[in-house]
Design a protein. Structure first.
Length: 211
């Protein structure tokens, strides 16, 4: 059996770790937790962060959810959309385009044929402008929210918290978590912003202010 340089190096590391005493390490847990803000301030902070990240924000009351979603999809020319299996059907009653329900049997590359996707969300962090998806039935698999060029994400104001510790506390660690802070964007070698490389080019956030 041939031994490579990689095997030798890794073997020495394993030997050193076996001989070294286990470090007595205390992980600091003194970060700020339990912060709160009034609804109006959380809404304003989250909106400011999302707009700064070039997302489109549409606040509305819960009874206008379907109307606002339909307006956003119409404005973006989305005639064929994908939705997770558990999305509230009432949210699409005002939309007159084609709706395709996603499933694990649909190959991810074929999702590129969709004009957009509509999902719910698990929790949002106002301080960082980050929306968390956890793969629940109304949010779907990660590919559904990454492949189509338009993502319409519905956020309930009651699920918006102040900071990251408060957001993480609401998540289930065993669930797959996707973090979204604005539309997908990166910069080339000349620092020119390029959108839509790693996910949707457009993120539209419908914030239901009374839910």
């Amino acid at each position: 059996m041939t031994t490579t340089a990689r095997d030798t190096v890794l073997g020495r590391i394993r030997d050193a770790l076996a001989l070294a005493p286990a470090p007595d390490t205390t992980v600091p847990r003194d970060y700020r937790t339990g912060r709160t803000l009034p609804d109006e301030e959380r809404l304003a902070l989250l909106t400011h962060r999302l707009v700064d990240y070039k997302a489109k924000v549409y606040p509305c009351t819960g009874d206008r959810t379907a109307e606002v979603i339909a307006d956003v999809l119409r404005e973006r020319g989305a005639r064929r959309i994908g939705v997770p299996a558990g999305l509230d059907e009432q949210w699409l009653t005002a939309y007159d385009g084609e709706v395709r329900q996603d499933s694990a049997d649909i190959p991810a590359p074929s999702l590129d044929a969709l004009d957009g996707v509509v999902t719910a969300s698990a929790v949002s962090c106002a301080e960082t402008g980050t929306i968390f998806l956890d793969g629940s039935a109304d949010q779907g698999r990660r590919a559904l929210s990454l492949v189509p060029d338009l993502h319409v994400c519905v956020v309930d104001l009651s699920s918006v918290v102040v900071g990251v510790p408060e957001a993480v506390a609401r998540l289930v660690p065993e669930r797959p978590t996707t973090l979204i802070s604005g539309p997908s964007a990166t910069s080339d070698i000349e620092l020119e912003r390029v959108e839509g490389v790693h996910g949707p080019r457009t993120l539209a956030v419908v914030i239901r202010t009374d839910v």
